[in-house]
Design a protein around this ligand. Structure first.
Ligand code: FES
Ligand code: FES
Length: 158
């Protein structure tokens, strides 16, 4: 059975009819065509599908689209403005924190949710903030360095 939902994705209001059992991940990718949100495990373990919902980093593969009714969603496509990379994205590039790239959209969104809440996190807080995002390539050192760097850039820009 279908249900009407109304939500905001990357600043744009979206009204849709969705199957009650479709995940937010499927809705974002298959209905909205936003392919930056990745599907890894599909069971809430890898973090590749992370999006921000009302300010919190959430794994969209274990979140139903109907639960997103009335909520504000940010995907990786919503971070850059007028083609300019967001400072977190820029820092990931500059620090060489991107290897295969599969985990990166989810990790960056977890970092954004963290930095929106805590502008100057400690290394431990950064590790905790991205604890749900698995990366098979980087060993996390460069990722953590990039998040520290972007925290400084964002603080300066305030
Ligand atoms: S695809 Fe959602 S946590 Fe792995
Ligand atoms: S860069 Fe390859 S999984 Fe993280």
């Amino acid at each position: 059975m279908k249900k009407s939902i109304s939500l905001t994705i990357n600043g744009t209001k979206v009204d849709a009819e969705v199957d009650q059992n479709i995940t937010l991940l499927s809705f974002i990718r298959d209905e909205m065509g936003l392919m930056g949100t990745k599907e890894g495990c599909g069971t809430g373990d890898c973090g590749a599908c992370t999006v921000i919902i009302d300010g919190l980093a959430v794994k969209s593969c274990i979140y139903l689209a109907v639960e997103a009714d009335g909520k504000e969603i940010t995907t990786i496509e919503g971070l850059s403005i007028d083609g300019e990379l967001h400072p977190i994205q820029q820092a990931f590039v500059e620090e060489g924190a991107v290897q295969c790239g599969f985990c990166i959209p989810g990790t960056i969104l977890s970092a954004k949710a963290l930095l929106d809440e805590n502008e100057d996190p400690t290394e431990e807080e950064i590790k905790k903030g991205i604890a749900g995002n698995l990366c098979r390539c980087t060993g996390y050192v460069r990722i953590i360095k990039a998040i520290k760097k972007s925290a400084k850039v964002l603080q300066k820009a305030k």
